[in-house]
Structures are given as structure tokens and as C-alpha cells.
Design a protein around this ligand. Structure first.
Ligand SMILES: *Cc1c(COP(=O)(O)O)cnc(C)c1O
Length: 485
């Protein structure tokens, strides 16, 4: 019998792999350096699409060839959120140090479920830094998650178990004698409903409170809803304050909600996926006054900290409530005082057992840049939004459809008739996207449909905004002239 070489995934030729890896890094740097010269986005042609239909590879290929295929079919068709004129939805713009962090984390290879490792220390330190940012005490608990949605799910699980008043883990929600109610403004992010559905509480458990003309929760309506629900035999459990709504960047009155929660004995949760890091910018920190009084806060480093996807986080002020919700150990994974498994077991604070080392990319970027730099970038984004809002307000054909209180501008190009305006603005958005000029998204605010630019991009310059507005006006003219032709 022929003697086989021992199987491994390590390369046959380390020096060839080293050379290829160097090429990848060189080309990654070029890719980033030249981002401004490329279209923001381009649609994938059918022939490229077809390459993704092939089945499980049955032959090996040289890595160089795989990399070339990646460049041609994947890297050539990105979302575009690293481009300076990407302002759609709410993305971060990533950063190169974070990308290196992801690479190093994967090479180091640790599983962040727990363990006596440097990696676990890094995650706990990053969570400690997020506590400092949110104004939480050092003894608060917290964990990194895959996303803001997961961060909110973790928080709501803790809140459900804590407020139910019995052992939900043992007896399940079937034993709830009074249905729990969570209150938030009608601008609340959809992930909260998803979380409450997942937790078996039902979409009904999320009570949406009407917002005012600045899209902030109306607190007298909140008080009425709580009173009424109590009278109807329901159990108010939690008020969710949003620190920066996804739609328009509105910030609820967190101090007043904190007061109300104290008075009413309710859990105060802050969705800080956008504004949870605002205290890094001293001149804007007052906008989130009261966040430090919350029982829990969700934060999304992959948004305003530009951590490469993905990275979310949740802070829970009561470490016991957090631990008691998720702690669980099979016979194959018992904690020890010494050895590799000693120390805080990170999987006891969330749903995942195996966890990636997403802390490193945050840790490296904070150390390299310093925290204050992130605050200045936040302030810069807010100033871009104000700059654009001024241009829009000053132009006779453009109209703001929501007040600009943070870094999001919602506006539209005017034309006769509400339906025609919606059609026009949607077409403007699609042409701008398809031509790769910029990446706005769209939304509806109080019945007015328009374009939406969320400035959350450390590569944007004010010239990009001038260029974009010129494109909007020019394309609108083009569409309107097609209609009359
Ligand atoms: C983005 C966002 C979320 C969800 O976060 P993901 O990381 O996208 O899952 C939740 N709440 C608010 C306010 C957000 O802006």
C-alpha cells in the first residue's frame, strides 16, 4: 500500500502561502486607497451570478486561483459601504485596522465561549470600555454579540426573566399569569418586536407609543398606556428608550423615561445601537443624558465605531440578572478554578456557546486611534448632516421631511402631487444607486416619502454632499423631462 502523507489543512508550501498572503494584503490596501475612484455599487451581471450556482467543489484548486475568482466575482460587487458616498440605511464604513484585527483573530483562533486566554481578557476589556462610554459602573455586566438585534434579544431575555417574578427558565412563559408589556415609541427598531416574538411574549407585548413631531416618544401617552394596561390586568415590565432612531435619528427624553421607570418600578432599556456611543463626542453627550441610568443598553460597534461587521454589544447593570438568565454547563464543560477553563465563562452571558474573537478588531482600533478620535468622527458626521440640511432647506425644489437632530437627513425633491412625488423620489434614488454615484436609501416620515442619508461614514467629505445634491437635482430634471417628452 502506498504510504500517504499525513492529512492537514496547512499549506504544502508555507513560503508560497506567505507570498500570496502578502499579495492579498497589498491588493487590499490598494482596494481601500482607490475606493473613491470606483462606483459606489454596481449590479452583478448574469454571467457572474451563474458562477455561484456550481455545486460542492470536488477538485482542489490552487488558492491563488480561488483568490482570483474571489476578486472577480465577489470583491467586484460589494455593498459599497466603505465608499465615501454610501449613506443608505445605517451601516458603518469599516476600517483597515479592524480588518487586520479580524485576520489576526482568525489566525489566533481562540473560541470566545470562555477560557483562560488573552482573547477573553480582550473581550472583557472592550466590554469595560463600552461601560465607560455609556456611563455604566465597572461592576455592570455585558457581552459582545453579533449585532444590535442580538444585543436587544439578550437584554429582553434578561428583562423578561427578571420582571416575570418566577423562574421562567424552569416553568416557561406558560406560567405567566399577567402578560408582560414592553413600551417603546412608534419609531422603535423592528428587532424589538422580533425579539419579543422569539421570547414567546408575542408582538402584542410591544406597545408602540405615539411619537411627537420630532419623532420622540410622547411621555403622557406612555403614562396613559401603562395605567390602562395595569387596569386591564397586564404587567408593564419595561420601557425602551431609543437613543437615535433608525428612521430619523430622533432621541427619546431618556432622563424623563428614567424618572418614570423609577416611579413605576419598570426596567429601563436603552436602544443605543446608534446613539449609545454619543458620549464619546463631548459637545453632543447631553443628547443622551440619562442613558447611564438605564438597566440595560444595546450598542452597535459596527455602526458608529466602524468596526467591520459584525459586532454588537449589550450592557446589563445587574450582573446577577444577566448571569442567571444564560448560565448553563453540560457535563463536558464544567468550570474549574485552574487550567484553561478557569475565569469568567463568557458563554454564560448570551445564547452562543462558541463565539468569535470579534473583540480584537474593536480593541486594536481604540488603542490605535484613541477614544476621542471616534468622538470627533461622530461630531463630523453630525456636522455633515447639518450642512446637507442647510443646502436642502435653502433650495426651492428640495424639502426636508424630518427635523435633523442627529446625523440623518430625510428629504425629497418636490413635484406636483403626493403620489408623483413618491414615484419621482424613488426613481431618483434608484438611478443614483444604479449609476454608482452615491447610495442613499428612502423612507417615509409622517406620510412624506423621500430620500434618506445617514451620515455614518469616516470617509465622507463635504464635497461628496455637494456632488450628491447636484446629481439629485440633475436626475430629477432628467426624469421630469422624460415624463413631459
Ligand atoms: C441598526 C439598529 C438595530 C439593529 O442592529 P443590527 O446590528 O442591524 O442588528 C437596532 N436598533 C437601532 C436603533 C438600530 O439603528
Amino acid at each position: 500500500m502506498e504510504k500517504h502523507k499525513k492529512l492537514t489543512l496547512d499549506p504544502d508550501d508555507w513560503e508560497a502561502s506567505r507570498a500570496l498572503a502578502h499579495r492579498m494584503v497589498d491588493e487590499a490596501v490598494d482596494h481601500l486607497k482607490q475606493v473613491r475612484e470606483r462606483p459606489v455599487w454596481s449590479s452583478m451581471p448574469d454571467n457572474v451570478h451563474a458562477t455561484f450556482q456550481s455545486g460542492l467543489p470536488d477538485h482542489p484548486s490552487p488558492l491563488e486561483q480561488v483568490y482570483d475568482e474571489y476578486q472577480a466575482t465577489v470583491r467586484a460587487y460589494p455593498m459599497g459601504n466603505i465608499h465615501p458616498r454610501f449613506w443608505g440605511w445605517y451601516m458603518g464604513a469599516s476600517n483597515f485596522t479592524g480588518a487586520l484585527g479580524d485576520f489576526l483573530a482568525a489566525v489566533e483562533g481562540s473560541n470566545l465561549g470562555g477560557g483562560n486566554t488573552g482573547a477573553a481578557q480582550v473581550e472583557q476589556q472592550v466590554v469595560d470600555w463600552l461601560k465607560e462610554i455609556a456611563g455604566f459602573p465597572k461592576n455592570a455586566s455585558g457581552t459582545l454579540t453579533s449585532s444590535g438585534s442580538m444585543a436587544n434579544l439578550v437584554a429582553h431575555t434578561v428583562i423578561r426573566n427578571f420582571t416575570a417574578g418566577y423562574d421562567v427558565r424552569q416553568d416557561g412563559i406558560a406560567a405567566l399569569d399577567k402578560p408582560l408589556r414592553f413600551y417603546a415609541s412608534d419609531q422603535v427598531h423592528s428587532c424589538h418586536q422580533k425579539a419579543l416574538e422569539t421570547l414567546g411574549l408575542g408582538a402584542k407585548a410591544l406597545v408602540e407609543i405615539v411619537s411627537d413631531d420630532r419623532q420622540r416618544m410622547q411621555l403622557d401617552a406612555l403614562e396613559d398606556a401603562i395605567r390602562q394596561d395595569r387596569a386591564n390586568g397586564l404587567q408593564p415590565a419595561c420601557v425602551i428608550g431609543t437613543a437615535g432612531t433608525t428612521n430619523t435619528g430622533a432621541i427619546d427624553d431618556l432622563t424623563a423615561i428614567a424618572d418614570l421607570c423609577e416611579r413605576e418600578g419598570l426596567w429601563f432599556h436603552v436602544d443605543g445601537c446608534i446613539g449609545g456611543v454619543l458620549r464619546l463626542a463631548p459637545e453632543h453627550a447631553h443628547l443622551v443624558a440619562g442613558i447611564e441610568r438605564a438597566g440595560s443598553v444595546s450598542i452597535d460597534p459596527h455602526k458608529w465605531l466602524h468596526t467591520p461587521f459584525d459586532a454588537g454589544a449589550v450592557l446589563i447593570k445587574d450582573p446577577k440578572a444577566h448571569f442567571k438568565t444564560f448560565e448553563m454547563h453540560g457535563p463536558y464543560l464544567q468550570l474549574q478554578e485552574r487550567g484553561m477553563i478557569a475565569g469568567k465563562f463568557l458563554a454564560d452571558y448570551g445564547l452562543d456557546l462558541s463565539r468569535c474573537f470579534r473583540a480584537l478588531k474593536i480593541w486594536m482600533a481604540f488603542k490605535e486611534q484613541g477614544a476621542a478620535k471616534f468622538g470627533r468622527l461622530i461630531a463630523q458626521d453630525i456636522s455633515f448632516a447639518r450642512y446637507m440640511a442647510e443646502q436642502v432647506a435653502a433650495h426651492p425644489l428640495l424639502e426636508l421631511v424630518a427635523p435633523v437632530d442627529l446625523n440623518i437627513v430625510c428629504f425629497r425633491h418636490l413635484t406636483a402631487g403626493e403620489d408623483a412625488t413618491k414615484v419621482l423620489n424613488t426613481e431618483i434614488m434608484l438611478r443614483i444607486q444604479e449609476r454608482g454615484l452615491a447610495m442613499p436609501s428612502d423612507t417615509t416620515v409622517q406620510g412624506k416619502h423621500g430620500l434618506r442619508c445617514a451620515f455614518n461614514n469616516h470617509r465622507t467629505q463635504s464635497e461628496d454632499i455637494d456632488l450628491f445634491l447636484r446629481d439629485v437635482l440633475q436626475i430629477a430634471e432628467e426624469i421630469l423631462s422624460e415624463q413631459t417628452a
